[in-house]
Design a protein around this ligand. Structure first.
Ligand SMILES: NC(=O)c1ccc[n+]([C@@H]2O[C@H](COP(=O)([O-])OP(=O)(O)OC[C@H]3O[C@@H](n4cnc5c(N)ncnc54)[C@H](O)[C@@H]3O)[C@@H](O)[C@H]2O)c1
Length: 253
């Protein structure tokens, strides 16, 4: 699918992978509508040309519908949705203070899994309204899992469950949406140098970099963004979760 001239929705666009993706898509001629929480939108710095940020919580049906209505009002034809919004708090099933907090588990699943699903279903509805291209394609959804979906570390139980859910939806979503000419592809990044990772000290980050097979460094947000642009342009990629991890296989801790 052509990026230039299309409209894209990118969630989590105020930071990290979402911000890099929004910038990369805009640089290739897309009109990008980024969604993020209102406090993140308020704190965002200057945006690249072609990127607009809208405040919306991905878990909230009305807020996502409102954002899609803003696109419609601009006359933008949505072709692409990229789900980057996510959270990664850590807690063990059983820790010193007792069992994993159930509300925390619920919150992680709500943002990472339900939020991704909510945006996917509403974006698919919007994409399905437009005419297909000469190949019968109307657009696509790119979701973000994590290699924690396959080998979550100690303390990642809620995160791993949520990301396994995202990976697990992929082929079913591609099958559900095939009749509308909409592809669904998931990216499972390894460790990417974003604000989500900034909380870890230099020593931990160096240790993480050393654990990567090759190249022995953290991935760059721009590398995730480049993969998204490749997926958009590659019409035969569908229903698959692609690892982007430098051959890293996570150790237990
Ligand atoms: N950084 C990594 O190493 C890594 C690895 C694997 C997967 N991921 C996944 O990639 C995605 C992006 O991560 P990142 O590193 O860019 O994180 P980040 O913290 O830099 O950015 C995440 C963005 O999502 C937004 N967000 C959180 N909850 C939201 C909600 N309910 N509604 C709307 N926006 C919300 C945040 O405000 C933030 O701007 C996440 O899903 C994360 O799990 C990241």
């Amino acid at each position: 699918m052509d990026i230039a001239g299309s409209a894209a929705l990118v969630t989590g666009a105020a930071s990290g992978l979402g911000a890099a993706t929004a910038a990369a898509l805009a640089a290739r001629g897309a009109t990008v509508y980024g969604l993020d929480l209102d406090k993140a939108v308020a704190a965002a710095g200057p945006l690249p040309e072609g990127v607009r940020l809208l405040a919306a919580d991905v878990t909230d049906e009305d807020q996502v519908r409102e954002a899609l209505a803003a696109l419609d009002a601009d006359g933008a034809e949505l072709r692409l949705a990229v789900n980057c919004a996510g959270i990664a708090p850590s807690a063990r099933i059983l820790g010193r203070k007792g069992p994993h907090d159930l509300d925390l588990f619920r919150t992680v699943l709500n943002v990472n899994l339900l939020g991704t699903f909510n945006v996917m279903r509403l974006a698919a509805e919007a994409i399905a309204r437009h005419e297909p291209d000469e190949n019968g394609q109307r657009g696509l959804v790119v979701n973000t899992a994590s290699i924690a979906a396959f080998e979550g570390q100690v303390g990642q139980i809620a995160y791993a469950a949520s990301k396994a859910g995202v990976a697990g939806m992929t082929v079913t979503a591609a099958r559900d949406l095939a009749q509308f000419g909409i592809r669904v592809v998931t990216v499972a990044p390894g460790i990417v140098d974003t604000p989500m990772m900034a909380g870890f000290g230099e020593e931990v980050r160096a240790g993480l970099a050393a654990s990567v097979t090759f190249p022995q460094r953290l991935a760059r947000p721009e590398e995730y963004a480049r993969l998204v642009t490749m997926i958009v342009e590659h019409d035969y990629l569908n229903g698959e979760t692609i690892r982007m991890d430098g051959a890293l296989r996570m150790a237990p801790r």
